[in-house]
Design a protein around this ligand. Sequence first.
Ligand SMILES: [Zn+2]
Length: 533
Amino acid sequence: MQLFGHPRQGASHDIPARVDEFVKRTEGILGSAEVVIREHTLVPFYLPLRREIDAEQAISAIRAGGLGGIKARLGILASGFGAANPLKACMVCVKVDGLDRGVSSWHLDHQWPGAWICLLHDAVLQYGLGKVNAEGRFHWYLPQDIAFAEASKTPIDGSAMQVLRKLTACACGLGRLPQGFHFDQTTLAQTYQSRMIDLGLASPSGRLRSARFAEALASICEPLSRLHGMEILAGVASGDTGAFSRLMQERRSTPHPLKHLIFVTLLFESWQAFTSSYQQELGNAPFVKDETNTGKATVLEDQDHSRSQSVAEDVRQGMSVTRAAEAAGVSVATAIVWSAAAGVPLSRRPKKLTPRVRAQAVASLKRGHDKGVVASLVGVSIQTITFLLRSEPGLRSAWNAARLARARKAARTAWTRAARRFHSPMQQVLRQREPAAFAWLYRNDRQWLQQFTVETLLKPRPTNNAHIDWNERDRVLSASIEIEARNLVQTKGRRLKLSDLCNAVPQLKALFSKIRKLPLTRAAVASALSHRS
Ligand SMILES: [Zn+2]
């Protein structure tokens, strides 16, 4: 496979490998390695539920090396959902694409694990038979070239459709989260638990109400278990809820994202409802005073409130935290957090944090660096940094403010820079180019975004050749590629490389960055490169 510089590695459609090599060989026309991974693979689906540091390791492994171990590291192999993600397509989309552009293409939102509906046409997706067996696995196909099978062997009724729609929307939501977003596992578990208490699936103290929970879970898993690749859920549908109740507990190993999505589908009205509950939970981390709004203290249960006060008071009077914790019957960590929330400074007995290292870490956090960055910078674990953030009065809000400022600057810069690249930029185009920046600005900096749109995007500019007929271009270019490819195969006597085509058809090189607008050209290139002499 010439694009990846290796006969087999790389070309897997779901989790690729050797992406750096791919970017080098395509001269970056599809974007940097990060962009290729983010916009053209299923990798973004697996990262938000991993820790930041695991995600970074996975990305660099995908950029550099072979596939070995990556699927295991992302938790795909052990999931029970099968390691091969089938290629999926909406038959209406295939037809419409064919009529519109002459060829059909794969839609990323159809490929996420758990996505089984085309949200545009409300049609159940079918899965491709050509690619999933071992023999066809490393060939490239377009939807028009392969045979499809029905997702479910039995008919899908109205209530099952509803489950599928919701799960699909959740899968797209997870796959399309802003780059670099990672769920905090503790907050996530709290989000689930609060909602389960609200729904009566758990008692007010958080104890699982097994019978009700099993019943609710079965109602979701029964229709899902009839889908291709989801058969493992048949067990859950008949009452094995263990795998799911374990999700509520904070654990080191992260389950397959699909299990989370099924849980979200079960508990929440929609993906949006889930993410806003999560945000709320994140803002209301228990026992930590909200320092940005002095006076608006987080609500504690009465009993905990008085206990936390007495712990803080004991420590203020000079009692050791360990003894204060013992007296109140809570863990030492809780006592430290309570004291910090009450603004009582602690005399610390650092384990790995010497005063110098500590000062370094605090300074770095105040500049808004990520926990993982700070941890590796000063050489301690991420848990230590997390603990530092919780135990140093005022540090978390300073850190949050600095991170907000950094994120804002990054998003605004990305957006402005993208706009400058176009002669007459349009918001839709910029959105496609910078989805993460757009998502961030839309959510957090909307006023600036609107102002930018009014002042920069909508301002009329002098135009020349603004109207380009892409269809005509596509027809001309694809035709000349077909002709040149035939000549080249005869003269070279070997399989063609992309560079052969670019040299023979200079316009191809010039327009390669626009290849998404040129479906016929793309098909002509694919066919020319796969043709044996
Ligand atoms: Zn469709």
